[in-house]
Design a binder for this molecule. Structure first.
Ligand code: MN
Length: 601
C-alpha cells in the first residue's frame, strides 16, 4: 500500500527565523515564488509571531501587506501560519474578541492553515482560536508542544490530542521546537496517535541535535502523514531537515512525496545566494549542537541566558543556572520550555542563583504563573512556593481569558487615526510599542529598514584612526543589532559619552561606573546596613514605587517594583514601620546593596 507523504516547506518562516534572526525580506521571497508555487508543496509556512515582529521592528514592512503579496504570488499553494493560541502573536492572553478578529483577518488576507499551540499545552487556551479558524472555513491544526518530564507521557500527549480533536481540529502537529525528540520516542508517539485518532499527523522537528531526519523517518514508518522541511541551503542545524534530502530519501518508496527534485534544486540554489546577503545574522554556532539532549535546555534559551548573565557580570555562574533550571521547572509543574515559559523559568533560575538563596526574589511572571494566569500547569506545582509567592491571593482555575473583557473597542480608541484599517489595529494590539512606532513612522513617511552589511569581500570593515574597530554586531536575547561607534565624548562628571548608531538610528550612550561609590558618576545612594534599608539583589530599573514618605508598611509588603532581564519583580519591606525616605523614582537604574527606601521601625 503506498501513501504519499506531504510536505510543508518552512523556508519563508521558520527556516530564516532559526538561521537568520527572521530577517528575510519580502523582496527576496518574490523572485522565487513562481517556482515555489510549482513544486506541489502541501503548504508553505509564511507567517508567525517572530516574522510579524521582525517586519514591524526591523524591516519596516507591513506584515499584512507581505501576506497579501505572498498570497498573490503563490496562488496554487496553501499558506500556513503559527499561532500562539490565546496569545496570538504576542506574549499575553488576549480577550476572545481580539482572537476572533485576528484569525478572521489572517484568513481574509491569505492564511489557509493555522497551526495553533499553547506553551502550557493547556487546550483551553486553544479553544477560541480553533473555533475562529473553523468559522473562517480554514484548516485548524492542533499542536502538541513536545517536551520531556515525569508528567509527560505518550498517554498524556494522546489525551491532549483527543481533547483537541473534540474541539474540531483537522490535523495534529507534533511541534518539537527544541530538538528534544529522539527517533524511537517519535515512533512510539506517532504510533499511539494514529491508533487512537483518525487525523493526519504532522512532524515539525528542529535538527539542532542532529536527530530530526531520523525522527521523521521513524514517524513516517509509524504512520505519520506529513513532514516539515526547509530547502537544503537553509536547512539543518537549528533549522529543519533539508527538503531535497527528505524527498530523495523517500523517492521510489511507498512514501514517495512526488516532488520534483530538479525544480527543488533551482529553489535551493536561489536561497544559497540569498543567504549570503544576510550573513550578519548568522549564528557563530552553526552545525550540530547536542547540548539540548544533555541538559534539556533549548539552544535559543541557552544563548539568552548567557546574554543575561553577561549583563550581570556573572557568566561564570552559567553551569549553576543550568542546574537550577530543571529544579525551577519542577517547582512549576514541568511546563514545556517555549515562549513565554522558557523566559519565566530561565529568569527565575538566574535570580535563584545570583541572589544566593532560592526564591529570595520571585518574578511577577512566576507569581502570575502560580496564580494560574497562564493556564494549568502540566504537573503539580510546589505548594510551599505558591504560598510564599502569592500568599492569600486567589488561584484561578478557569481559562485565563474567561476573566478578560472584550478589548477591540479599547484598542481601536487607543491607536486612533494612526490605524487605517482593522489590520492596523491588530498590529497595534500584537505589539503596542513597536506597532505604534511603525504606524507613526508610516504616517510621517519616515519608515527606514535596518541596514544590511556588505557581503564579505564587498567592503572593508571601518576602523578608527588608531585601528580600533568601530562597527559591531551585538546579540541581545537572540536578536542581532548593528552598532557603529560614530564618536566619543570627553571624560567628565565620571561618565563617558559615546555616540553611536544602532541599526542606523543615532543614539547617545552614557557609561557610568556600576558601583555607587566608584567615581563621581554613581548614583550616590548609600549602602544598606540595617533591616529597614530596602535594597535589591539584582541590578535593574525601577518600574514603580509603591510607597511614599510617611506611609506605614507591614513586614513583607511590596514597596517597589523593579525590572531586570525583562522580568518584573516586587521588592518587599523586611520590617514593619514608617517610610522615612524614598531614594528612587520610576525609571531609575538601581544596583545591589544600595538603599532604595528607608523604613524606621
Ligand atoms: Mn519551529
Amino acid at each position: 500500500m503506498s501513501k504519499r507523504i506531504t510536505v510543508t516547506d518552512t523556508i519563508l518562516r521558520d527556516a530564516h527565523q532559526s538561521l537568520l534572526a527572521t530577517r528575510l525580506r519580502t523582496e527576496d521571497m518574490l523572485p522565487i515564488c513562481d517556482k515555489l508555487d510549482q513544486v506541489g508543496y502541501w503548504s508553505l509556512e509564511v507567517w508567525g509571531g517572530a516574522t510579524f515582529d521582525a517586519c514591524v521592528r526591523f524591516l519596516k514592512e507591513d506584515p499584512w501587506e507581505r501576506l497579501r503579496t505572498l498570497r498573490k504570488a503563490l496562488p496554487n499553494t496553501r499558506l500556513q501560519m503559527l499561532l500562539r493560541g490565546q496569545n496570538l502573536l504576542g506574549y499575553r492572553h488576549y480577550s476572545d474578541d481580539v482572537v476572533r478578529a485576528f484569525v478572521a483577518k489572517a484568513a481574509e488576507n491569505g492564511i489557509d492553515v493555522f497551526r495553533i499551540f499553547d506553551a502550557m499545552n493547556d487546550v483551553r487556551n486553544l479553544k477560541v482560536a480553533i473555533e475562529a479558524v473553523k468559522a473562517a472555513g480554514k484548516h485548524a491544526q492542533g499542536t502538541i508542544a513536545y517536551t520531556t518530564s515525569p508528567v509527560h507521557t505518550v498517554e498524556t500527549f494522546v489525551q491532549q490530542a483527543k481533547d483537541m480533536a473534540a474541539m474540531g481540529i483537522d490535523s495534529i502537529a507534533i511541534k518539537d521546537m527544541a530538538g528534544l525528540l529522539t527517533p524511537f520516542a517519535t515512533g512510539d508517539l506517532v504510533k499511539a496517535l494514529k491508533a487512537e485518532l483518525d487525523l493526519p499527523v504532522f512532524i515539525h522537528s528542529h535538527d539542532t541535535a542532529g536527530l530530526a531526519a531520523m525522527c521523521q523517518l521513524k514517524a513516517i514508518e509509524n504512520g505519520a502523514d506529513h513532514i516539515d522541511t526547509a530547502i537544503s541551503s537553509m536547512a539543518w542545524g537549528t533549522s529543519h531537515p533539508g527538503t531535497e534530502s527528505m524527498v530523495a530519501a523517500l523517492k521510489g518508496t511507498q512514501f514517495d512525496t512526488g516532488l520534483d527534485l530538479e525544480l527543488l534544486q533551482e529553489v535551493g540554489m536561489y536561497f544559497h545566494a540569498v543567504r549570503k546577503k544576510y550573513h550578519q545574522f548568522e549564528s557563530d554556532f552553526t552545525g550540530v549542537d547536542t547540548r539540548v539532549q544533555v541538559n534539556q535546555v533549548p539552544g535559543g534559551m541557552m544563548s539568552n541566558l548567557a546574554n543575561q548573565l553577561k549583563e550581570q557580570g556573572a557568566l561564570d555562574r552559567i553551569q549553576d543556572v543550568f542546574a537550577e533550571i530543571p529544579r525551577v521547572r519542577e517547582d512549576l509543574g514541568f511546563p514545556p520550555l517555549v515562549t513565554p515559559t522558557s523566559q519565566i523559568v530561565g529568569t527565575q533560575a538566574v535570580f535563584n542563583v545570583l541572589a544566593g538563596e532560592r526564591y529570595k526574589t520571585i518574578t511577577n511572571e512566576v507569581k502570575l504563573y502560580l496564580q494560574g494566569r497562564y493556564g494549568q500547569a502540566p504537573g503539580a506545582v510546589n505548594e510551599k512556593l505558591r504560598r510564599q509567592a502569592i500568599g492569600g491571593e486567589e488561584v484561578i482555575d478557569v481559562r485565563p481569558a474567561d476573566l478578560l473583557k472584550p478589548e477591540m473597542d479599547r484598542l481601536r480608541g487607543e491607536v486612533g487615526a494612526l490605524a487605517k484599517s482593522e489590520e492596523d489595529v491588530l498590529t497595534f494590539a500584537m505589539f503596542p510599542d513597536i506597532g505604534r512606532k511603525f504606524l507613526e513612522e508610516r504616517e510621517a513617511g519616515t519608515l527606514k529598514p535596518e541596514q544590511l552589511l556588505p557581503a564579505p569581500g564587498e567592503g572593508a570593515p571601518a576602523a578608527s584612526s588608531e585601528g580600533v574597530p568601530t562597527e559591531f554586531i551585538i546579540d541581545v536575547h537572540g536578536e542581532s543589532y548593528r552598532v557603529d561607534i560614530t564618536g566619543v565624548g570627553v571624560k567628565g562628571d565620571g561618565k563617558r559619552h559615546f555616540y553611536l548608531s544602532l541599526d542606523g538610528m543615532p543614539e547617545e550612550v552614557v557609561f557610568e561606573p556600576l558601583n555607587a561609590f566608584v567615581g563621581d558618576g554613581g548614583s550616590k545612594r548609600k549602602q544598606a546596613s540595617e533591616p529597614g534599608h530596602v535594597t535589591t539583589s539584582m541590578p535593574g530599573n525601577v518600574v514603580d514605587v509603591l510607597v511614599k514618605v510617611g506611609d506605614t508598611v507591614k513586614a513583607g509588603q511590596a514597596v517597589l517594583v523593579s525590572e531586570a532581564m525583562k522580568m518584573e519583580s516586587e521588592i518587599q519591606a523586611a520590617i514593619a514601620g514608617t517610610v522615612k525616605a524614598v531614594n528612587v523614582a520610576k525609571g531609575d537604574r538601581v544596583n545591589p546593596g544600595e538603599i532604595l527606601i528607608e523604613i524606621e521601625a
